[in-house]
Design a protein. Structure first.
Length: 317
């Protein structure tokens, strides 16, 4: 891919795409909350990866991207299981017990793990700003989970841990991409990993697909929204942002996703938004800004393949 240098100023169109992407990915938590109680986490995740995989494979082939499965199958296997099937299934599980705002806010912890794994495996600097950010972030998670409007119990704690585990899986996948799979085209990796995730999830399916439930327009809309809008279409939008404004600015979408996740949950599901959620969310976003070291001068630009992992998701998430 080629495009304008990431150092150029953001145009109004770039900013509009960033807002649109955050709104789409924020809606993924709303869709999960609607569909999971009816379909279950396993079937919802399977439908999501399968439909998105079909669409992204057709799109990649149409624009001339060669998947080259014999060459890249190991990368597709690793990313399909770790960066797609596992985190998406864990987010779907968590949607049974915590609301959309929690899901969106906890998703913003992905850059924290990216900083840790980058320091461990990529030799990236782990600065005092990142360390303080991680410490503050832990406090923010405690505020969200412990003082939000949802009553804390074992299921809520496990769901929150599942979200944090998903964030770690996303970050580990991104680290793997930089370390082992830089030569794989981004769209090819996305399509290939979705195909692998579709196959990998099949043994976990509890039984036949409850087709009758898909006749409910709300559930059908949620499944199609997750697959076609939050997964397939969102990736195309995200890749365009990576080319036009660069990965660092694109990561700022992590700050906007919780806002839209909370908004959609409150508007469409009537989910309460407590003071603890607002304060804890703000603390987590502050921590993420410190971990990303926003406002500091970026290091010298290095050229390489655009990463496939979004900061948040559920669109992978």
């Amino acid at each position: 891919m080629s495009g304008r240098l990431s150092g150029n100023a953001m145009r109004p169109a770039d900013f509009a795409r960033l807002i649109a992407l955050a709104a789409i990915w924020g809606a993924s938590f709303l869709f999960a909350r609607i569909a999971v109680p009816a379909l279950g986490a396993a079937w919802l995740t399977e439908l999501r990866v399968a439909l998105a995989g079909i669409v992204m494979t057709i799109y990649a082939i149409a624009i001339g991207i060669h998947l080259a499965p014999r060459r890249h199958w190991r990368h597709y296997l690793f990313m399909g299981v770790l960066n797609t099937a596992l985190p998406w299934a864990m987010y779907a599980y968590a949607a049974n017990y915590i609301n959309a705002s929690y899901l969106g806010i906890l998703n913003a912890t992905t850059p924290w793990f990216g900083a840790l794994f980058g320091a461990i495996w990529l030799g990236e600097r782990f600065t005092w700003r990142k360390g303080i950010g991680l410490a503050i972030g832990v406090a923010g998670v405690a505020l969200v989970v412990g003082f939000g409007p949802v009553q804390v119990n074992a299921n809520v704690i496990l769901a929150a841990l599942a979200c944090i585990g998903s964030a770690a899986a996303y970050a580990l996948g991104g680290t793997y991409m930089k370390l082992r799979a830089r030569d794989v085209p981004a769209l090819g990796m996305t399509a290939g990993s979705l195909i692998v995730a579709t196959v990998a999830l099949m043994p976990a399916l509890p039984g036949p697909l409850p087709v009758q439930l898909l006749l409910d327009w709300k559930i059908a809309t949620a499944v199609l929204g997750l697959s076609l809008l939050c997964s397939a279409a969102a990736y195309v939008l995200y890749f365009r942002l990576l080319v036009d404004i660069g990965p660092t600015r694109s990561l700022t979408v992590a700050f906007l996703i919780p806002v839209f996740a909370t908004l959609w949950g409150a508007v469409f599901l009537g989910e309460p938004v407590g003071v603890g959620t607002v304060i804890g969310g703000a603390v987590i976003l502050l921590a993420t800004a410190l971990v990303l070291e926003l406002g500091t001068r970026p290091p010298a630009k290095q050229h390489g393949t655009i990463p496939t992992s979004p900061p948040s998701p559920p669109s992978k998430h």
